[in-house]
Write a protein that binds this ligand. Structure first.
Ligand code: FAD
Length: 394
C-alpha cells in the first residue's frame, strides 16, 4: 500500500486554519529552496551568512513575526510557531537566529521598551537590517540568572555598564544587545534592569566562541562590558527584576516547542526514506519488524509533539499560556526530538554519522537546544513545583 506522511497519518492539518497552513507552506518552501542546499556547508565551516539571511528572513516576515506594529508582521503565535518548526526542520541554528532576534531582542524592546526605543530599533530589526542579541547568561550564572554580576551604576544621568555575558547567540554580529544587569534601584528584588546597548558603544566587545560541535550554523559569543557608558534613556523603562528577562525567555521557549518537532520530523522523514532504499540481508531495511517498531514509536512521539505544540499555540493565542505550560512543551518536545534524532541515526548506520544526511547535525544541535532556554532539569523543577507546590530549585 502507498506510504503515508506523518502529517497524513495524524491528520495534523485538520488542527490548523487555512491561513496558518499557507504561512507554514511558504516558510517550508523558503527553507527547502534557500537554506537546505547550503546548510551542511555552513555547519561544517561554522560560517553562517547571517546578515544576508536576516534580510531574507525579514522579507519573509519571520522576524518579530507575532509582534504588532513598528513594521512587525503581527501574526498569531501559532503561525509563528509553525515558522519556527519549518526553519528548525532545516537547522536549529537558523531557528535560533530567528528566536533570538524576534522573541528575545525584539520582544524585550516591544514589551518593555520606551516609544523611542521601539521606533529606533523595531522597524529595522523586523526588516533584518539590524540584528539583535540578548545577554542574560554569565560565565558563573546560567540556570540561576538572579546571581548575575554584570552591573550598571549611575554616573550623573548616565549608566556605566561592567561585566561579562557568556553563550550569547548573535553576539558578534549584533547591532544592538539587550543586556540584563544588576542596578542599585531598590524597587524590585536585587534591582535587575534591562538595557538597550548599541554594539558600537565604546567599551563593548563580543569575541566569538569557537570549537562548538553543536549549533555550528549559529554565532555564539561572549559579551564584554568595560565601562560602557549609556544615556539614561538606554534602560528598558517597563522591566523591573527577573520578571523582565524571564517573560522574554517564555516567548523564545514557546517557539522551541514547535521548532524541536521540525528537527524531529526531518530526521524521521530521512530515516523512513533511507530504510526504504537501503537493502540489508537482501531486502529493504524498512521491511524488518525491528525497523518498523522504531519508526512507529518515533512517529507517535512526533505526532504527539506536534499536537502538544498546536495546543499550546492555541492557548497562547487566547492569552492562556503560563510558564508551567511552556515548560511542559519545551521539556517534552526537545527531549523527544533528541531521542528521535539519535534513534534515526542508528537506522542510517555509518551514513548516519556524516553531514551527507541531516540527522547527526540535528542530534548535535539539539544538545544545545536541550540546554538553552531552560535546561530539562529546570523545566522538570518548574513542573514539579506546579504539581506539588514545593520549590526545589535550591
Ligand atoms: P548550569 O546552570 O551550570 O547547569 C549545569 C547543569 O546543572 C545542568 O544540567 C542544569 O540543568 C543543572 N542544574 C542547574 N540548576 C539545578 C538545580 N537547581 N537542580 C538540579 N540541577 C540543576 N544565554 C543567553 O542569555 N542568551 C543567549 O542568546 C544564549 N544562547 C545560547 C546558545 C548556545 C549554543 C548555548 C549552548 C547556550 C546559550 N545561552 C544563552 C546560555 C544558556 O541559556 C545556558 O547555557 C543555560 O541557561 C544553562 O546554564 P549553564 O550552561 O550555566 O549551566
Amino acid at each position: 500500500s502507498r506510504p503515508q506522511t506523518l502529517g497524513q497519518l495524524f491528520a495534523l492539518d485538520s488542527l490548523l486554519e487555512p491561513e496558518e497552513i499557507a504561512i507554514r507552506d511558504t516558510v517550508r518552501k523558503f527553507g527547502e529552496e534557500r537554506l537546505r542546499p547550503r546548510i551542511a556547508e555552513w555547519f561544517e565551516d561554522a560560517q553562517l551568512p547571517a546578515r544576508e539571511l536576516a534580510k531574507e528572513l525579514g522579507e519573509l516576515g519571520a522576524l518579530g513575526m507575532h509582534l504588532d506594529g513598528y513594521g512587525c508582521p503581527g501574526m498569531s503565535a501559532t503561525a509563528y510557531g509553525l515558522a519556527c518548526l519549518e526553519l528548525e526542520a532545516v537547522d536549529s541554528g537558523i531557528r535560533s537566529l530567528v528566536s533570538v532576534q524576534g522573541s528575545l531582542a525584539m520582544f524585550s524592546i516591544h514589551h518593555w521598551g520606551s516609544e523611542e526605543q521601539k521606533q529606533e530599533w523595531l522597524p529595522r530589526m523586523a526588516a533584518g537590517e539590524a540584528i539583535g542579541c540578548f545577554g542574560l547568561t554569565e560565565p558563573d550564572f546560567g540556570s540561576n540568572p538572579a546571581g548575575m554580576r554584570t552591573n550598571a551604576k549611575r554616573d550623573g544621568d548616565d549608566w556605566v555598564l561592567n561585566g561579562t555575558k557568556m553563550w550569547i547567540t548573535n553576539g558578534s554580529i549584533a547591532d544592538v544587545a539587550v543586556v540584563w544587569a544588576q542596578t542599585d534601584l531598590d524597587d524590585s528584588p536585587r534591582g535587575i534592569r534591562g538595557f538597550v546597548v548599541p554594539t558600537d558603544t565604546p567599551g563593548f566587545s563580543a569575541p566569538e566562541i569557537t570549537k562548538k560541535l553543536s549549533l555550528r550554523a549559529s554565532v555564539t559569543s561572549e559579551l564584554v562590558f568595560d565601562d560602557v557608558r549609556l544615556p539614561a534613556s538606554a534602560m528598558l523603562p517597563e522591566a523591573a527584576g527577573l520578571r523582565g528577562p524571564l517573560t522574554s525567555l517564555g516567548e523564545a521557549r514557546f517557539g522551541i516547542i514547535f521548532g524541536a518537532m521540525g528537527a524531529a520530523r526531518d530526521c524521521l522523514e530521512v530515516a523512513v526514506d533511507y530504510a526504504q532504499s537501503r537493502h540489508v540481508f537482501d531486502k529493504p531495511l524498512a521491511g524488518y519488524q525491528l525497523t518498523q517498531a522504531k519508526l512507529a514509536d518515533m512517529a507517535l512521539e512526533v505526532g504527539k509533539g506536534h499536537m502538544l505544540a498546536y495546543h499550546l499555540g492555541r492557548l497562547k493565542d487566547r492569552g492562556e499560556i503560563t510558564p508551567e505550560r511552556v515548560s511542559l512543551g519545551k521539556l517534552n518536545n526537545v527531549r523527544e526530538a533528541i531521542a528521535i534524532a539519535r534513534e534515526c541515526r542508528t537506522i542510517l548506520g555509518a551514513n548516519g554519522i556524516t553531514l551527507e544526511y541531516p540527522v547527526i547535525r540535528h542530534a548535535n544541535n539539539l544538545e544545545s537546544v536541550l540546554t538553552y532556554e531552560g535546561t530539562s532539569e529546570v523545566h522538570q523543577l518548574t513542573i514539579g513545583k506546579a504539581l506539588t507546590g514545593e520549590g526545589a530549585f535550591r
